[in-house]
Ligand binder design. Sequence first.
Ligand SMILES: CCCCC/C=C\C/C=C\CCC/C=C/C(=O)SCCNC(=O)CCNC(=O)[C@H](O)C(C)(C)COP(=O)(O)OP(=O)(O)OC[C@H]1O[C@@H](n2cnc3c(N)ncnc32)[C@H](O)[C@@H]1OP(=O)(O)O
Length: 301
Amino acid sequence: MALMAGLRVPARALLRSGCWLRGAALAGAEAAAGLGAGVRRFGSQRVLVEPDPAAGVAVVKLKSPPVNSLSLELLTELVISLEKLDNDKTFRGIVLTSDLCGVFSAGLDLTELCGRSPAHYAEYWRALQELWLRLYLSGLVSVAAVNGASPAGGCLLCLSCDYRVLADSPSCVIGPNETRLGIVAPFWFKDCMVNTVGHRAAEQALQLGTLFPPAEALRVGLVDQVVPEDQVQSTALAAMARWLAIPDHARQLTKSMMRKPTADRLAKHREADVQSFVSFVSRDSIQKALQTYLEKLKQKG
Ligand SMILES: CCCCC/C=C\C/C=C\CCC/C=C/C(=O)SCCNC(=O)CCNC(=O)[C@H](O)C(C)(C)COP(=O)(O)OP(=O)(O)OC[C@H]1O[C@@H](n2cnc3c(N)ncnc32)[C@H](O)[C@@H]1OP(=O)(O)O
């Protein structure tokens, strides 16, 4: 463990945060992509926003060590950042990526789902719904630059974007692994999977809890491009340029036409979905399964 600003932070988390070893290379890539010197970053503790007003693009980086698990705080901060960018006419697109090395997002923060009160589960699920609806229906072009592992809720974040670029590394697995934990993806995650990879591939992946390595993720259509690790962000920005070449109003109306029916299925039944989650996650058998999984993760670490 290392001590930083009075906080106990695992050394490996410090190594990941800011990607010290690869910092110089990434800074070079950012500069090449026009996001280097002179850019004023903003954001919050767990969400770093690097705006490029001239391009109308902001790079949104998840920065919640050790693994960007979706805690209530991270969900809330991400919603606030997205809302801010959505409402700022300067921006037409966002690139969503991770500031940590090797992990895009570990999905839902399992400590939020274990041993808490029903009221907490409800608050947490509402925050997750809010994030999904905002990202899925955003008028901004959203490109996921997936520079690390992206299981379950991490995969959902990627699927909610318009385009996905995945790093070509064996650790960069992506997919809906919920059933392996003994839990069930919500219907709106299932809908996103079906919309992206089709019914049969979604059915198999969801039931088997498949985590796809990059080549398989590309083959099944879960991601749109697989590129070397150091080209993920620049490739995402190049994809963004293609999307931004389309007039916003036509693209936004088309996006809404494609996505609104899926989003409405949740929007119209949000509270019932919250209650369904609360009663599911409160079951003794589910609590036991989650606890066991978390302990295994910790032992591995
Ligand atoms: C029939 C009725 C149906 C009703 C349905 C209604 C609702 C649906 C109900 C439930 C739906 C829930 C949907 C759930 C979605 C999810 O996202 S669940 C989370 C799934 N995520 C995972 O399985 C990922 C687990 N993590 C990993 O595999 C790895 O950590 C990694 C991301 C590949 C990174 O590996 P590595 O770099 O080796 O890091 P470590 O494994 O050593 O981990 C570092 C520390 O981080 C802790 N941690 C990891 N993941 C999580 C997490 N998701 N949440 C909380 N904490 C996590 C890990 O324990 C280590 O902690 P320590 O440092 O040891 O303390």
